[in-house]
Design a protein around this ligand. Structure first.
Ligand code: KIV
Length: 280
């Protein structure tokens, strides 16, 4: 039987053949099951899960243990997609040996197929060490929330010429270091086109326009599940917050009005036992 699994080389082949790559985030078992079944190529266990499922204001506080728990739940569900685990803030910056140990935990304990590391030049020592240890790395340039949130907040990057050049240099340096793909976040479409044309590895855009080799969205944004924060570049395909709110409200009313549970949701016992029980 043909091997249907998506691997890092599959993504590179898709770029060569001009086939678009689809990437979505997942942080738990049921969502990963549905996304994998729908045929999405890559599932990213993003540190965005710190905001969408753990309720932090930013991705800064997310820990290795939290990321590992989410990664394990996702890999239990996935049969086809490539699973990439996001290295959380301060899990790779201090020294390359620590970056390798933490990336190793994602692969050995979390059963992820690859890790993602934010930023270009400053992250190169960590990226090189992880790749040398045999673990595939996805890069991430442009808006890199783990650090930009501390200086500028969530803001489009690379609009000025020198800033655009720096992002291009970051992407080129990551490709040279051996990453298999690079996320381009919140940069002008024209810059994303230049980077995509210059790199032989696939670019995955989020808020980077239509010219990237693939697109990634945060699943909770796409589903309208997490409505506290909605970046301009998100396209909402459903309104789960309303669907869930309505369903929960109906349950509450049904219980208060004694419409639930009905006979269909309850268990009976044989009449004789029931009579004996009542007599007691
Ligand atoms: O954490 C995340 O979900 C990400 C994507 C936005 C690329 O890094």
């Amino acid at each position: 039987m043909a091997d249907r699994k998506v691997r890092t080389v599959t993504l590179q082949q898709m770029k060569r053949e001009g086939r678009k790559i689809t990437v979505l985030t997942a942080y738990d078992y049921p969502m990963a099951l549905l996304i994998d079944r729908a045929g999405v190529d890559v599932i990213l266990v993003g540190d965005s899960g710190g905001m969408t499922v753990l309720g932090y204001d930013t991705t800064i506080p997310v820990t290795m243990d939290e990321m590992l728990m989410m990664t394990k739940a996702v890999t239990r569900a996935v049969e086809r997609a490539l699973v990439v685990a996001d290295m959380p803030f301060m899990s790779y910056e201090a020294e390359p040996a620590e970056a390798v140990r933490n990336a190793g935990r994602f692969v050995k304990e979390g059963l992820a197929h690859a890790v993602k590391v934010e930023r270009g030049l400053p992250s190169l020592p960590a990226v090189r060490a992880i790749i040398d240890a045999g673990i595939p790395v996805m890069g991430h340039v442009g808006l890199t929330p783990q650090t930009t949130v501390l200086t500028e907040g969530f803001k489009v990057q690379g609009r000025a010429l020198d800033a655009a050049r720096r992002i291009l240099d970051d992407a080129l340096a990551l490709e040279k270091a051996g990453v298999f793909s690079v996320v381009l976040e919140a940069i002008p479409s024209a810059l994303a086109r230049v980077i995509t044309d210059r790199l032989t590895i696939p670019t995955i855009g989020i808020g980077a326009g239509p010219n990237c080799d693939g697109q990634v969205l945060v699943t909770h944004d796409l589903l309208g599940f997490f409505d506290r924060f909605a970046p301009k570049f998100t396209k909402r395909y459903a309104d789960l917050a309303t669907v869930i709110g309505d369903a929960v409200g109906q349950f509450r009313e049904d219980v208060i009005e004694r419409r639930f549970p009905g006979p269909a949701h309850a268990f009976s016992m044989d009449e004789e036992t029931e009579r004996a029980l009542l007599e007691e």
